[in-house]
Ligand binder design. Sequence first.
Ligand code: XIL
Length: 316
Amino acid sequence: MTSTPFLHARFKSKGKLYLGNILDGNTLHDTSITNVLKSEFGSITAEYSWKWNRIQPKEGEFHFEGADAVFDWAVANKKLIRGHTLIWHQNIPEWVNAITDKTKLTEVIQEHIRQVAGRYKGHVYAWDVVNEPFEEDGHFRNSVFWRVLKEDFFDIAFRAAREADPDAKLYLNEYNLDYAGPKIDALLALVGRLQKRGVPIDGIGSQAHLTLGKAEGVPAQLLRLAATGLDIALTELDIRIPRPVTEAKLMQQQAEYELVVKACVDIPNCMGITLWGVSDRNSWVNATLPQFESPLLWDKDYKRKAAYRGLEALLA
Ligand code: XIL
């Protein structure tokens, strides 16, 4: 028998549902990572293999090998599963981007969601149904979904997800909800409209990809999300450090992790937190935001960092 994952158990003792992390083909066979997932975390999200271009690169051709590998690992290791993501402007194949007809795009969205959410029906705790629909200035992002369907794409996607997997919690997921401004205002206004027209939305995910020094707004903004009455979660937490990394910055990172995790602990309808990676060695930040590094709780040699010790103590 495996024992209850350590940090996850501590987080649960504060009344939360899960402390999770990501897994995918790059880490699935790396025991330095999977051992940490087994012993510390209670939930799994696929980092990339549940995204549209991996699953349905050509219309009507569904490939579930990569997605199933993550799913099977999570089930075998008794992890809760967060599904990420059904509708996103990134990682979609060109054939989707090229659609201009409303009826066609509606059917394509419905079929994709029916296949993907339907496949794991009853096993996924929550789905990020729509990911990153807003620009920083609060306008809707100019994605194919917005161009062709305007705000209806939310209704279509959430309704299709509810139908495909009635027990899954359905989330709207977004980044840079960590400070006041037009983006979070626009998101809250949208949520109000969705609720008013009876669209089946259960939760708001705040990705929380943070830059060191920018965490202080998180508690207040999380409270605003929570005031909708929906479930909320931190879905992709990491805190990246501008190069070069110093002892002082690592201490500051510890304090900011504590602040953010405590913010979720203090809000009853903050259900859980997913960290976007285990080791600094594998973080998406390394390739995508190369001016930054060291965003996670374990360093490149899989050693626990100050931030890990901080959370261990905070949740004791
Ligand atoms: C990133 C993954 O970490 C990368 O491996 C992948 O190539 C691209 O996507 N916001 C999201 C996540 O919602 O899906 C992104 O994950 C990071 C930003």
